[in-house]
Design a protein around this ligand. Sequence first.
Ligand SMILES: NC(=O)c1ccc[n+]([C@@H]2O[C@H](COP(=O)([O-])OP(=O)(O)OC[C@H]3O[C@@H](n4cnc5c(N)ncnc54)[C@H](OP(=O)(O)O)[C@@H]3O)[C@@H](O)[C@H]2O)c1
Length: 221
Amino acid sequence: MKIAIIGGTGGQGLGIAIRFVQAGEEVIIGSRTAEKAQAAVDKVKGFLGEVKNVKAAENADAAEEAELLVLTVPLAAQKSTLLSIKEAAKGKTLLDATGPLESAIGGSPITYLDLWDGAAAERSARILTESNVICAFNNISSAALMNYEEPIDCDCLISGDDVDSKVVASELIEKIPGVKVIDCGPLERAKIIEKITPLLIGLNIRNKTQFGGIRITGLDN
Ligand SMILES: NC(=O)c1ccc[n+]([C@@H]2O[C@H](COP(=O)([O-])OP(=O)(O)OC[C@H]3O[C@@H](n4cnc5c(N)ncnc54)[C@H](OP(=O)(O)O)[C@@H]3O)[C@@H](O)[C@H]2O)c1
């Protein structure tokens, strides 16, 4: 599948890009500038060797070409970034990793920031009215994603309103070794999923690690 990582030049986007490249998907790393996107592609090749299934583009071009989008920008950049890809994202699924953290307004990354729209993913859905927004990747750290030679010891809690999109997204995400997808229901459940992120960041700080994650147990029949 062709996947665009919108704002894929930071830790979270780069980590997701690496994992999907390893899984054999066609990855387009997006950025506000082609140069920065290319630098991120060079980093991926620095880690994985001369892989052919990753390339660089500006965000709107990446979104246009891809079949599925992943948003990995800070909350403060969420709206402007989504507006820049809104046309290209029509009819497509967007996996939203945006964390509503107080750090977006100069505060703490372990404090949840209440938004008018509810969850950050609900805010994305209100902006991208003709796309299928799924809350995903909020609870997996960039450190775990970037540790690409190891499986990830974390579930990926997702929520979204379009069932078919969630099935496609789940199959894709579970190509990442160690990751199990937990479908938490409609998009409004993102309010809960996104609150786990500042909890995990706080636990990581207290325990001097970057690999704290979450597992939901007992659901298998
Ligand atoms: N890091 C984690 O462990 C983690 C875990 C779970 C969820 N998340 C969430 O994932 C998202 C990305 O995290 P990150 O740590 O990768 O973020 P980041 O490194 O701070 O930013 C990612 C990219 O977003 C773009 N960006 C940054 N500021 C911008 C602005 N003011 N306007 C437009 N674009 C801007 C930049 O891309 P260009 O300059 O190339 O355009 C940047 O490289 C966040 O919402 C975060 O809460 C992160």
